[in-house]
Design a protein around this ligand. Structure first.
Ligand code: SF4
Ligand code: SF4
Length: 465
């Protein structure tokens, strides 16, 4: 639509998506990430294009619902910001030195093997090849995360890997920006703990909630749970002034316990956040008895968010990381969390390396051999870049239905979950569990953003680290 009406400037209508919310407001979004909550009267004016005698022209221009000479570059820049991660100088490299593990967690996406399994750990030649490959990446800043299996089985290799990597990165003028060990803590010793503390190595571990829940999932082959040992090491590190970054995995058992019990466990331990993220349906996570339907998860998550809001109102700082990522997408132009954007971080912000040197776009792809993009012993970064092209082009515009979805600019889907469910990278959105829950969660967040009680708190969450 164009207009030369003297009461309004010259404009053309932008493409927008619309949904009537339960509270009567009309949610209007655009591909460049702008959103508005309109009353019925404002909505009708937008539809009719009859802006005469209203002050809505400049409002719609500011929101980019109409395109004028004045706002064109703002709209283009907002759109570009959503994809600025393509130019990021940072790459997270996830390295598996062993896929043997002390525990047999029932949702393990990597399908880790028992400690006496005959599978091979990474050998020295492969380790050097992985390090050389990482040093050849075009990225200036490198983050390293050791996953498993249980990396502490081969703490000797962890140390060797870091020493050689640091030396080689220094020679090529790159920075090692983070070093993290993802561990179940069962093989932690005071000697390892001291090394970790002295060398400022981060620790990430799992804590599914209270003991009864945690021990249902995270147990030894004998059936004994790992909660007590995890708590022992948490106390040890806390006394030394160090925190372990814990994450829960939400399963059908977690839904039975309720989100409050998980949040209370994290609060009891002095944490400021939880991450209410559903189980990845990959590897042993394909066991359907661990799954739940979208409605059950939505109610679980919603009651968790409402409980956290009450805590915040009582002066207790706390938030949910997964929800914060969605709110950041709504309230800021940058898509900072690699697992809540499209395309996600797989192959763009993250690469994973298996014990045999296989290169994968994400650690989550370790039980999806079709997704391997090369091997450090045979392929260069430019070789794998060609294999990664298909993944990189999976923006929401190439996913049918996401391209016209009202939540397209704020949503994100896990490439590995999609591949595990459908055998290709294209989401079958009406059947996709993740799509169903994202629609419910994003609708809830937009409805609550109309309410000052929630919007003040949600705006604060996006500033928290
Ligand atoms: S995954 Fe579902 S909710 Fe997300 S953008 Fe696509 S259609 Fe919309
Ligand atoms: S594939 Fe899944 S886990 Fe991996 S970066 Fe993408 S969203 Fe995150």
């Amino acid at each position: 639509m164009t207009s030369l009406d003297s009461n309004v400037g010259e404009y053309i209508s932008n493409e927008y998506f619309e949904k009537k919310l339960k509270n009567g407001f009309f949610l209007i979004t655009t591909s460049h990430g702008s959103w508005s909550l309109l009353t019925e009267k404002e909505y009708k004016i937008l539809k009719s294009g009859d802006f005469k005698n209203t002050d809505l022209f400049s409002f719609f221009e500011n929101k980019g619902l109409i395109i004028t000479k004045k706002n064109t570059s703002k709209i283009v820049n907002a759109f570009k910001s959503q994809y600025s991660f393509f130019d990021e100088p940072h790459m997270l490299c996830v390295v598996t030195l062993t896929n043997r593990c002390t525990l047999k967690c029932d949702y393990c996406h990597a399908c880790a093997k028992p400690k006496d399994s005959k599978i091979k750990d990474m050998d020295n030649k492969t380790m050097v090849a992985v390090i050389d490959f990482i040093c050849s990446l075009p990225h200036k800043n490198i983050g390293i995360e050791f996953q498993g299996g249980e990396p502490l089985f081969r703490f000797d290799l962890v140390k060797d890997f870091l020493l050689l990597l640091e030396k080689k990165l220094c020679l090529v003028g790159k920075n090692l920006t983070s070093r993290v060990i993802v561990t179940n803590l069962t093989l932690m010793t005071e000697k390892i703990a001291d090394y970790v503390i002295e060398n400022n190595i981060g620790l990430c571990s799992s804590l599914d909630g209270p003991k009864e829940l945690h021990d249902k999932h995270r147990k030894y082959v004998s059936g004994k749970g790992s909660y007590d040992i995890v708590m022992g090491w948490n106390d040890y590190f806390n006394k030394k002034g160090r925190n372990i970054n814990f994450l829960p995995t939400i399963t059908s058992e977690s839904i039975k316990f309720g989100s409050k019990s998980i949040i209370d466990e994290y609060l009891r331990l002095g944490f400021f956040r939880v991450n209410l993220r559903p189980i990845h349906r990959i590897g042993r996570g394909k066991n359907k008895s661990l799954w739940f339907d979208d409605e059950s998860f939505f109610e679980f998550w919603k009651s968790g968010i409402e409980y956290i809001i009450e805590l915040n109102e009582a002066g207790i700082e706390f938030y949910d990381y997964n929800t914060q990522a969605m709110l950041k997408n709504i309230l800021t132009p940058i898509r900072s969390y690699m697992c809540m954007r499209t395309p996600c971080g797989a192959g763009i912000s993250q690469l994973a390396f298996n014990t045999d040197g296989t290169i994968l776009p994400c650690d989550m792809a370790r039980s999806l051999p079709d997704l391997k993009v090369g091997n450090v012993k045979k392929h260069s970064y430019s070789d794998i870049s060609i294999s990664l092209l298909e993944i990189k082009t999976h923006t929401r515009d190439t996913n049918p239905l996401c391209d016209s979805c009202i939540f397209g600019a704020y949503c994100g889907n896990c490439l590995c979950d999609t591949y595990s469910a459908f055998g290709d990278f294209v989401l079958k959105t009406p059947q996709d569990f993740d799509c169903k829950i994202k629609k419910r969660m994003l609708t809830y967040l937009f409805e609550k953003l109309c309410d000052k009680r929630y919007s003040v708190i949600f705006n604060n969450w996006v500033t928290l680290k």
